[in-house]
Design a protein around this ligand. Structure first.
Ligand code: BGC
Length: 428
């Protein structure tokens, strides 16, 4: 690849999905949920039946890593129950196919969904969820330890807890329950520590297991420099969603439970008179464009922030990092390609300046069920036609572009004039 940015030879170039968003046929709190566009997750991409084909697509993409979830609700029918054998075998087969394809799995243990018996007992507000999770992880890790060494316990605890208890976006759709938000984070952090002990004790035949969470990193700032109230809201958001969560998971002795930190990075939220200036928060995309706010279909883009957050988190916690998610949703593929290029340039800069980043996982392998928004946000390297009952997959231009990167094991050089401005934001 001409003009390529060199990355370390053992760097993981991957892609990612989550069970509720792609598998279909799940029985969890999302099964009966109807999204804003009328969509539901009952079939999704049918990855549940089509995973073998999807591994072949990954081979075509040239990725050498896949961040995949394992759905707890499939495997345990009741607290402390044995794991469901056929469901476990299905995941084992998926892992074996990945291995045969030379693709390293990173397994996510919790990605926004729970078994119904956890939900009906109060979810993560109930402290009894912690030992139940530990039991599940003990059984799962013992079954998969020879096949998996990269374990991602929790995906974005902050997103899960805030959308569930503060913002009313995820079932059970509560709002402004700050106490529940904090409690959920604390219980998840305690479960992370216990899961980490389990994973370490189990080991992994060949390699030392790696354990970490994936933290969603969003920068917060005011839209107008002098709007004190928006400064204040940005500061509060930064504290509640970034600092508090990192402190609970990585502060003091709890840091020893993690061997890496995953960073999911999508960008920036700026507030104007308390309103978040992002499409995901309800802002009108045309209006945002007029105001010069550069967004995909979800968030404001801020590629320059990626380097900043990687340097700061590395300095602060001294842990190896993975970009466990980055991607853009847009019908404009040129926009998505530019977005990826700019973020990889930032990532490269951070790696070159000595930040230990070990991999990048593009979100997502497939267009999929984007929670509250249904199927209207298209993040896939592969496009999925949800109007066709066969759910055909098709390579996108972004997928082709990423294939070039994965095959060369190198990022592409971005155009010099990055259009993204520097903002006043809260930094880690
Ligand atoms: C989540 C994914 C989601 C993506 C895009 C992340 O917050 O982990 O499940 O699809 O962002 O919104």
């Amino acid at each position: 690849m001409s003009g390529a940015l060199k990355f370390p030879d053992n760097f993981l170039w991957g892609t990612a999905t989550s069970p509720t968003q792609v598998e279909g046929h799940v029985a969890n709190e999302w099964t009966d949920y109807i999204a804003a566009d009328g969509g539901h997750c009952r079939v999704a991409c049918n990855h549940y039946h089509r995973y073998a084909e999807d591994v072949e697509w990954m081979t075509q993409l040239g990725v050498n890593a896949y961040r995949m979830g394992i759905e707890w609700s499939r495997l345990q029918a009741a607290p402390f129950a044995p794991l469901n054998r056929p469901e476990l075998e299905r995941y084992v087969d998926l892992l074996d196919r990945l291995k045969a394809a030379g693709i390293t799995p990173m397994v996510v243990l919790h990605h926004f969904s729970n078994p119904p018996w956890i939900t009906s007992a109060g979810g993560w507000l109930n402290p009894a969820t912690i030992p139940a999770f530990e039991d599940y992880v003990t059984k799962l890790v013992s079954a998969l330890k020879e096949r998996v060494y990269l374990w991602n316990t929790f995906n974005e605890p902050d997103t899960y807890a805030s959308l569930t208890y503060l913002l009313g976006g995820f079932p059970p759709f509560h709002k402004w329950r700050l106490w529940s938000y904090r409690k959920t984070i604390r219980h998840m952090a305690a479960a992370h520590v216990r899961a980490s002990d389990v994973i370490r004790q189990a080991g992994n035949g060949g390699r030392t297991p790696e354990i970490g969470i994936a933290k969603n990193w969003t920068f917060f700032g005011p839209f107008r420099k002098h709007a004190v109230w928006d400064h204040l809201l940005a500061g509060i958001s930064h504290h509640a969603f970034n600092r508090f969560v990192l402190h609970e998971f990585l502060g003091g002795p709890r840091r020893a439970a993690s061997t890496f930190l995953g960073v999911n990075y999508y960008g920036l939220t700026r507030f104007k008179n308390f309103e978040p200036m992002v499409p995901a928060g309800g802002a009108n995309p045309e209006r945002l464009a007029q105001l010069g706010v550069v967004c995909d279909d979800m968030f404001e883009r801020h590629p320059g922030g990626l380097g900043t957050v990687l340097r700061n988190l590395h300095r602060q916690y001294g842990l190896p990092l993975y970009i466990t998610e980055h991607g853009a949703a847009s019908a404009d593929e040129d926009f998505r390609i530019l977005d990826l290029t700019e973020h990889l340039r930032e990532l490269h800069g951070a790696v070159n300046s000595g930040v230990d980043v070990r991999g990048f996982f593009y979100w997502s392998l497939l267009d999929n069920f984007e929670w509250q928004f249904g199927y209207s946000k298209r993040f896939g390297l592969l496009e999925v036609d949800f109007n066709d009952e066969n759910l055909p997959r098709k390579m996108t231009r972004v997928g082709e572009f990423y294939r070039g990167i994965c095959r060369a094991r190198a990022g592409a050089v971005a155009p010099e004039d990055s259009s993204v401005p520097v903002h006043r934001i809260c930094i880690p």
